[in-house]
Design a protein around this ligand. Structure first.
Ligand SMILES: N[C@@H](CCC(=O)N[C@@H](CS)C(=O)NCC(=O)O)C(=O)O
Length: 209
């Protein structure tokens, strides 16, 4: 099994943290997206979307999308479950993880890709060209402000995203917090509960992945 990765990018990091939480080490291959290696003929043969992360199995099958990759890993390495331990917990993790992807990772992506000159004509990852829309960049910033407030309220009453259970949803939220720095958004000083949770997750060895 191989992970096509780019060390600086947020979405592959979500998979690396997931693997580290499972104490798994797999071969990684860097795809330099700064130099458009994801658009090379060789990589597009593996991933028509031209995106990392991408997991390639030993029989050559390729799995794209963070959530699908993590789910596959969870199925083949169920010990230390990160997608929930009971039917209810699994549903709650799925629900939160989806919301955090949409309101966190996607919101920051919207802010970043619609404003950074490097992404001119590439406002959405993938093979098609999309113009930047400055209003979406602004909306991304606003969405991140709202996310900070929502998470602050959440962590006032909960250790992790799902009670006292650390899950893949915490990984999504944690990577979002660091990614938000790319659009100059950091946890507001008065969000003490959000900061407490961030420091707790940041202290886990997996955060270095
Ligand atoms: N929805 C995808 C998002 C993957 C994604 O956007 N990856 C970025 C790196 S964080 C990428 O490959 N970008 C390539 C590009 O910008 O052309 C997932 O969940 O894996």
């Amino acid at each position: 099994m191989k992970l096509y990765d780019y060390a600086a990018a947020p979405n592959p990091r979500r998979v690396r943290i997931f693997l580290a939480e499972k104490n798994l080490e797999i071969e990684t291959i860097q795809i330099d997206i700064r130099n458009n290696e994801q658009k090379s003929e060789a990589f597009l043969k593996l991933s028509p979307l031209g995106e990392v992360p991408l997991l390639q199995l030993d029989d050559g099958t390729c799995i794209s999308q963070v959530n699908a990759i993590c789910r596959y890993i969870e199925e083949i390495h169920p010990e230390n479950p990160l997608f929930g331990r009971t039917a209810l917990e699994k549903a709650l993790v799925e629900s939160s993880n989806h919301q955090l992807n949409m309101n966190g990772i996607v919101a920051v992506t919207e802010g970043f890709r619609n404003s950074n000159p490097m992404f001119e004509g590439r406002a959405i990852a993938g093979p098609n060209s999309y113009a930047q829309i400055p209003a979406l960049a602004e909306r991304g910033l606003l969405r991140v402000d709202h996310l900070f407030r929502d998470l602050e309220a959440h962590f006032a009453a909960s250790e992790f995203i799902i009670g006292d259970y650390f899950s893949v949803a915490d990984i999504t939220a944690f990577v979002t917090m660091d990614f938000a720095g790319w659009i100059k958004k950091t946890i507001p000083e008065d969000c003490v509960n959000l900061q407490r949770w961030y420091d707790q997750v940041n202290a886990r060895p997996s955060s270095n992945a």
